[in-house]
Write a protein that binds this ligand. Sequence first.
Ligand code: PHE
Ligand code: NA
Length: 445
Amino acid sequence: MNNFSRIGFILAAAGSAVGLGNIWKFPYITGEYGGGAFVLIYLIAVSLIGLTIFIAESYIGKEARVNAADAYQIVSKSKNSSWKFAGFQIVTGIVILSFYAFIIGWILNYILISFTGFPNDIQKAENLFNNLVTKEIGKQILFHTIVTLTVAYIIVKGVKEGIEKLNLILMPLLGLILFGLLIYSFTLDSFSKALEFMFMPNWDKVNENSILAAVGQAFFTLSLGMAIVITYSASMDKKTNFVKSSIMVAVVDTAVALVAGIIIFAFLFSAGAKSTAGPGLVFISLPLIFSTWGIFGQIVGCAFFVALLFAGITSAVSLLEPPLMYLMERYKVSRVKGTILCSLFFYILGIFALLSMSEDFGKFLTFFEKNLFDWLDYLTSSIAMPISGFITCIFLGYFVDQQELEKKFTIHINKIVFKIWLALIRYIVPIAIIILFLNKLGIIK
Ligand code: PHE
Ligand code: NA
């Protein structure tokens, strides 16, 4: 069989988890919500909510050993086919890929810029980013095409030769670059200030929104609710301790987020820059600081964006495998044909999404005051992902044979840990998701 090796699974799942969410999003929301206290809430959200669902998805995939659309059905052991609808998660993943791909394209642009030098005043740095997003359509489409072809090429080669090998190479390199950047940030005077910002709780800026942001980020960062963990676990070796593997992935993902945060805040504070720049933190504030370090800044900046690129590519690949596996199993299409079909879909949708942010075409692609890009992001992150997570909790918590569940879990972990997990999946996590969901829809504040 074309299965992952034990370490291959952990690497691939970590490759999916470690992405733009860790290096770009986690630092900027930590900045916005005031640092240490938010980090603490985030750690609780990842270990209680994120990890619980991760273990659940891994169990479903490992037991079913098929594509995510049929997995719930098989694990439920009922003839009733209503669980098939849980497979809509596959669509969520490929829609996310449509915009994830051109954002990786932006990173390619910044890697090229590192060769010639970063913008050296705030106006230039802002213009550079804004022009790229709103004016340079041809350039964006070119990068989007390169990213699409790369991802498709890796996926065509299969789980072992494509995905596992890619992660085997890129993940250690990513670790190495981040380690190097961490050492460098350690030499800056601002290092201790960054540590203090990240780990000394300051409760002033904490409100219910920080909790919601932390829970949302816990979902996104572990690639949950998109059939990814289910799909990868279906190719997991049968004897693998899926609970232990899940914990390892969550630990790696958290470590990368914390390290990225320390590096970025040390860089920002060294120049006296603010921590609250929002999404522009990495694409506007950081390049500005790199420009003040001369040629050395170009090297550090290049390394930083290459790390971001590697993190992004391994995540993008993980978004394509679930729909492909579905097409191959359900409609018996070949791997090559399936890849072409799925890639065309996200490629074209991605072009419309990037056009929706442009000056010239934006107005044709804006509906009810949200452009297409914002709609895709909203429908996936705020609607589809929490619904999927909720379904997974209810499914394992109430609709599968609990004795069998206990038997399968306690092969690997002791009974008390299983009971804790069960309480989380039955009560605590679904309730937390409902609150998050209603709040995002604006029904409760
Ligand atoms: N987990 C990835 C990150 O933190 C993002 C991602 C989401 C990747 C969904 C794949 C699927 O960036
Ligand atoms: Na992540």
